[in-house]
Write a protein that binds this ligand. Structure first.
Ligand SMILES: *Cc1c(COP(=O)(O)O)cnc(C)c1O
Length: 442
């Protein structure tokens, strides 16, 4: 009776956990990069036959594990793609852990799946997908891209080449490798934007194109590809058109930005990661298909006990649409936050990051030592600093972290070391812009 039920031997863990969560929800630190030697030494022996008991187990968690991480959810985490889950989403995620809705099949998790489907429908509607479009939530963009491209391959009748931009996310290359498909890389030029013309110039008279992958916001530069131009070429070639919108496609919810995503309505599949710019906790990707029945042919698993999941031809099973069986209801937190606060509150939260990106861009423009690489389209800013190379950028990042101004990671742009900042957290203070500028001009 140690593990389960009202008598589970957890002491006052519930009180500690709730207090811990409340404290974290006030805001988190930028954090540190963990020290392997120290961590290994302090965690060795934590798992014993008898158990440490609550006080010691909690102490190891709180004093050893917790402080040795970066806070991607910190309002000053401005590298990679940050996470900034909403308070409502976080509490609902904790409820998901408690309830364990088995959201792989309608048989097991109809209520949770139906709620998740409200979010899928919102995204499909906003994109302008036709009636009949459907999808599912997955654990992240990488597995979402893999699942969509597996369906693309099945439709390709032996064609094995997939057009990708030189700016495509690393997960696309990985997925193609796993699927035995071959990437044909298209150069995007100084604007870092994949266009229909660039694809045509690269493929010349090749007709073995299985799919075209475009980005609804590239991760490195935050640039939305020419989705309409890509859709034209895909249509002419009879190729699958997939849009990887893991980072930026949430921004199509903003009416003032919808036009930038023109062409998304012609995608065969697209993904959005709500754990990025729709403020869900980590582990949430929405995958949408124009013709979901094609996905079912590829992803439905068969086996002695699994056939029981096929209770009804009309039944909607997320596990038939992507490469995942047992699945947390990772769309439920974002559904709940949308239901509680409304879409407009989410739009406003997205807008904050875009506003900050423009403020930093203006400051970089005005400063004589810095140069903006391109006007930000979403929340990513790329820039040069006169006389700075890789070493100076690394120093800048180290200083910003030491002073807890921000966690930033420089990147490369066409082989050149440059500065990169990503704004996403709705509570990032405007003051961070001048603090970053001070670090650039010191
Ligand atoms: C983050 C990202 C991915 C990968 O998503 P995960 O959720 O980290 O697996 C794929 N594509 C783009 C454009 C991304 O920004």
């Amino acid at each position: 009776m140690t593990l389960h039920g009202p008598g589970a031997a957890t002491g006052d863990l519930a009180t500690r956990a709730a207090a811990w969560m409340r404290a974290r929800l006030k805001g988190s630190e930028v954090g540190v990069i963990g020290d392997k030697g120290w961590l290994d030494a302090n965690l060795a022996g934590s798992i014993t036959d008898e158990g440490l008991g609550l006080d010691d187990a909690w102490r190891v968690f709180n004093d050893v594990v917790v402080p040795q991480n970066l806070g991607l959810d910190s309002e000053r985490f401005l590298a990679f793609i940050p996470l900034s889950p909403s308070v409502a989403g976080i509490w609902m995620d904790a409820i998901c852990s408690t309830a364990n809705f088995s959201a792989e099949s309608w048989l097991e998790g109809a209520g949770a799946i139906a709620a998740e489907n409200q979010v899928i429908a919102l995204l499909a509607r906003t994109a302008g997908m036709p009636e009949g479009a459907a999808g599912c939530f997955m654990s992240g963009g990488s597995i979402g891209n893999l699942s969509a491209l597996a369906v693309a391959r099945e439709q390709a009748a032996g064609r094995r080449t997939v057009v990708v931009a030189d700016t495509a996310h690393a997960s696309i290359d990985n997925a193609l490798h796993l699927l035995g498909l071959e990437a044909l890389e298209v150069p995007t030029g100084p604007e870092c934007r994949l266009t229909g013309e660039a694809i045509l110039a690269t493929i010349a008279d090749r007709r073995d194109i299985a799919a075209i992958v475009a980005a609804g916001g590239s991760t490195n530069a935050g640039v939305v590809d020419d989705l309409a131009g890509c859709a034209d070429v895909a249509e002419a070639l009879g190729a699958w058109f997939h849009v990887d919108g893991a980072y930026g496609l949430s921004a199509m919810l903003l009416p003032e930005l919808r036009e930038r995503f023109a062409g998304i309505e012609r995608a065969d599949s697209f993904i959005v990661d709500p754990h990025k710019w729709l403020f869900a906790p980590a582990g949430s990707c929405a995958l949408v298909y124009r013709r979901p029945w094609l996905a079912r042919q590829v992803h439905t698993q068969h086996g002695p006990y699994i056939e029981a999941l096929r209770t009804d031809d009309e039944a909607y099973n997320p596990c038939d649409l992507g490469y995942q069986l047992t699945r947390r209801a990772s769309g439920l937190p974002v559904w709940f936050a949308l239901t509680l606060h409304g879409v407009e509150a989410h739009r406003e939260a997205i807008r904050h990051g875009i506003r900050l990106a423009h403020l930093l861009a203006d400051a970089l423009d005005e400063c004589e030592h810095t140069e903006l690489l391109m006007r930000p389209q979403l929340g990513v800013v790329l820039f040069r600093r006169q006389g700075w190379g890789r070493d100076e950028w690394a120093q800048w990042a180290a200083t910003m972290l030491r002073e807890q101004v921000a966690f930033v990671v420089p990147t490369t742009y066409r082989g050149e070391a440059v500065g990169r900042v990503v704004f996403m957290h709705p509570r990032t203070p405007v003051a961070v812009v001048s603090e970053l500028m001070a670090g650039l001009t010191a």
